[in-house]
Design a protein around this ligand. Structure first.
Ligand code: ZN
Length: 282
């Protein structure tokens, strides 16, 4: 089945693609295949900035797009490859790119790439691949992680509340330090070790830290006292709960014999039992 619909309809479906022209639409299996003509008469060389208009060749580029009506969408985009005729330029040819639709070395549209990135940010690579299969979007854990790596780094402005903890490199043989902006809930830096000297040097370079959340390790305490003496040091919630759990486990282990005996005899400490209300006892 091959047909071309009303162009105004396609403009409603893809409002983010400027000047969309469609040659043909067909349904092949579970995919809607849309053929688009070449669009650019001239391109700008990404190396030297010169305008290129001499066509080297034409080929068909396949781009996956967001699903439509429960079907996968596949664009077949005819693109020109142009010569760069600027003599000193080291680049000989370049392919045309369609703004808001293509990206260099990408096999999915810009809109689908944004969707894959959003899935990856929400649930991660492996779970994201399973979720995408239900949408339906064909992708994999590696593709999702690759799209996340294309995202620009977030602004590096640091808040005034800093979290410090250690983390293990693979295998757990060596440890580094992870520094977290607690207010923004994101990592700031990963010093390669967990020594007091390294952490103190980092704190000296970042005097904006007013509150430092840390575990009870003396290394980080020494670093904070040395390099940020005015900062307030607090124990973070995870380590407080972790210490509480360990204390409860230790106490239960020490009194294991008495607890087992009480459980077997059914005896309880009557002093801890609330007295029965008179109205209920009557
Ligand atoms: Zn050039």
């Amino acid at each position: 089945m091959v047909f071309v619909g009303d162009e105004q309809f396609w403009d409603l479906v893809w409002p983010d693609v400027e000047g969309l022209v469609i040659d043909a639409v067909s349904v092949v299996g579970d995919a809607v295949c849309i053929t688009l003509p070449a669009r650019q008469r001239t391109v700008t060389c990404p190396s030297c900035g010169a305008t290129a208009s001499r066509v080297h060749s034409t080929y068909m580029r396949r781009l996956a797009d967001r699903p439509l009506g429960g079907r996968r969408v596949l664009f077949r985009l005819r693109v020109h490859r142009f010569f760069c005729d600027n003599g000193p330029c080291s680049r000989r040819t370049m392919a045309e790119q369609v703004p808001s639709l293509t990206g260099r070395y990408r096999r999915r549209t810009t809109a689908l790439a944004r969707m894959v990135q959003a899935i990856g940010l929400a649930v991660g690579g492996r779970a994201g691949a399973r979720l995408a299969g239900h949408l339906p979007v064909r992708t994999s854990r590696d593709v999702i992680l690759g799209e996340l790596r294309r995202l620009p780094d977030p602004p590096s402005a640091q808040g005034t509340v800093l979290g410090i903890d250690e983390f293990a490199f693979r295998g757990g043989a060596t440890y580094g330090t992870v520094l977290i902006d607690v207010e923004a809930r994101r990592p700031i830096d990963l010093p390669p070790d967990r020594t007091a000297g390294t952490v103190a040097a980092w704190l000296a370079d970042h005097p904006e830290s007013k509150v430092i959340c840390r575990d009870r390790c003396s290394t980080f305490s020494q670093a904070a006292s040395r390099a940020a003496p005015d900062a307030i040091q607090v124990a973070d919630r995870w380590h407080l709960l972790h210490s509480l759990v360990r204390a409860v486990e230790r106490t239960a282990h020490q009194h294991g014999v008495c607890l087992r005996t009480d459980a077997e005899t059914g005896e309880t400490d009557q002093r801890q039992q609330p007295s029965e209300p008179a109205s209920l006892a009557a």
